[in-house]
Design a protein around this ligand. Structure first.
Ligand SMILES: Nc1ncnc2c1ncn2[C@@H]1O[C@H](COP(=O)(O)OP(=O)(O)OP(=O)(O)O)[C@@H](O)[C@H]1O
Ligand SMILES: [Mg+2]
Length: 254
């Protein structure tokens, strides 16, 4: 494994399956090295997908600090304390560690949290072989460069025009902002024999090359509905097998 570790971010339109795929990758990649999972979605559900409960989110830590009386007259003391709190909010489980950004109330604060999470990626993530970031639906965090120096940007799409257009925007914004992505891999999700021709047509029309096709798997939504971790999907499920392929592709960049 490289000394620096590999950072993989997942983006794409809301509801395309980022969290499902991220959680599967966390479990699979944990068989190959240490994993830090970052839930960068304010409506976080990566912990549920992984079957763990996280005590504190970054947003909660931040609220506590904002509401606490100043500890020191030094102007950036709160910032330093926040960074320390964030490092402390990384929770360790047997297969992986996880940090949840969570929701942060108040104006402009998400920007501050993004700033700090970037610090976490830059410093703390170096200690892990793999860092997997489940990004939220919007692209704001990209424009704020939370995901800079991402080795692999995994863009999840489904067979809809909107999701394909969001995917093309991700690559365009990355170019405009000079965000460093080592590679951009487009992964199609919830694919069926019926919707695949439409998907391929949309991808072709928008100049996207699809790396992997994750099939529609009724068990995923069934698990979700039952509150069972989606990352517990059996290894012989066709969707699991495609995720294994994606994993091998990721490992080829390590
Ligand atoms: N391959 C699949 N087959 C069947 N259902 C799936 C598949 N992938 C995801 N789902 C279902 O689709 C829904 C959305 O998935 P998920 O939460 O992973 O998407 P998301 O991109 O993280 O969404 P959000 O943008 O809201 O965070 C969930 O109910 C999940 O169970
Ligand atoms: Mg999600």
């Amino acid at each position: 494994m490289s000394a620096k570790g590999l950072t993989i971010a997942l983006s794409g339109k809301g509801g395309v399956g980022k969290t499902f795929i991220a959680s599967m990758l966390v479990k699979r990649l944990s068989e190959h090295g240490s994993v830090l999972a970052i839930d960068a979605d304010p409506d976080s559900n990566l912990p549920q997908a992984l079957g763990v409960t996280v005590k504190r989110s970054v947003g909660q830590s931040r609220e506590d600090i904002i509401n606490a009386p100043m500890r020191s007259p030094v102007t950036n003391a709160k910032q330093e304390y926040l960074e320390q709190a964030i490092h402390e909010s990384i929770e360790e489980f047997p297969l992986f560690s996880i940090i949840v950004m969570g929701r942060s109330e108040g104006e402009g604060c998400y920007c501050a949290v993004n700033h700090v999470i970037r610090g976490v990626i830059d410093t703390r993530a170096r200690g892990y072989d793999f860092t997997i970031i489940d990004c939220h639906a919007g692209l704001e965090h990209l424009s704020r460069r939370t995901t800079r120096d991402v080795d692999i940007m995994l863009v999840v799409v489904e067979p809809t025009k909107n999701s394909i257009q969001t995917a093309t925007r991700v690559t365009e914004i990355a170019k405009e902002l000079h965000i460093q992505f080592g590679a951009v891999l487009v992964v199609a999700n919830r694919v069926t024999a019926e919707n695949k021709p439409r998907l391929d047509e949309l991808a072709r029309d928008n100049g996207l090359e699809i790396t992997a096709y994750v099939p529609f798997e009724p068990l995923v939504s069934q698990y979700d509905g039952m509150g069972k971790p989606v990352s517990d999907l059996p290894e012989d499920s066709p969707a699991s097998k495609v995720i294994d392929e994606i994993c091998r592709k990721i490992l080829s960049y390590a």
